[in-house]
Design a protein around this ligand. Sequence first.
Ligand code: HEC
Length: 101
Amino acid sequence: MNKPFALLIVTAFLALSVPAFAAGGKTLYKSCSACHGKDGRKKALRVSPPLKGQKADELFKKMKGYQDGTYGGKKKVIMKRNVAKLSDEELQALAEYISTL
Ligand code: HEC
């Protein structure tokens, strides 16, 4: 394979993967919006602080905390279940998406 051709493939791959990443967070968030609200303003089950306005890295850390049991309030068991099966990549995509709400 010559060099320009290889470069073309890498560029095409990057161009395709960026929107796919953004869509991932949006799609994943569909399962969260019932409790947190489509726009992230809702206090989930009346206890969660609204997600809207929080930064991606804060959200990511909180979700990781629910996974490993180091973060959460009275209803953390509910959130632990919601994030238990998500990979770091999925949590990151969610955090990025929520921070744009
Ligand atoms: C069944 C309702 C429900 C669903 C569905 C749900 N959550 Fe939650 N979420 C909660 C509750 C309740 C809390 C507060 C839990 C506690 O006591 O710590 C919370 C807290 C959070 C927090 C921490 C907020 C903060 O600032 O402390 C984040 C981040 C979060 N949820 C993200 C998500 C994401 C992402 C999803 C989808 C994958 C999701 N939630 C789905 C109910 C829900």
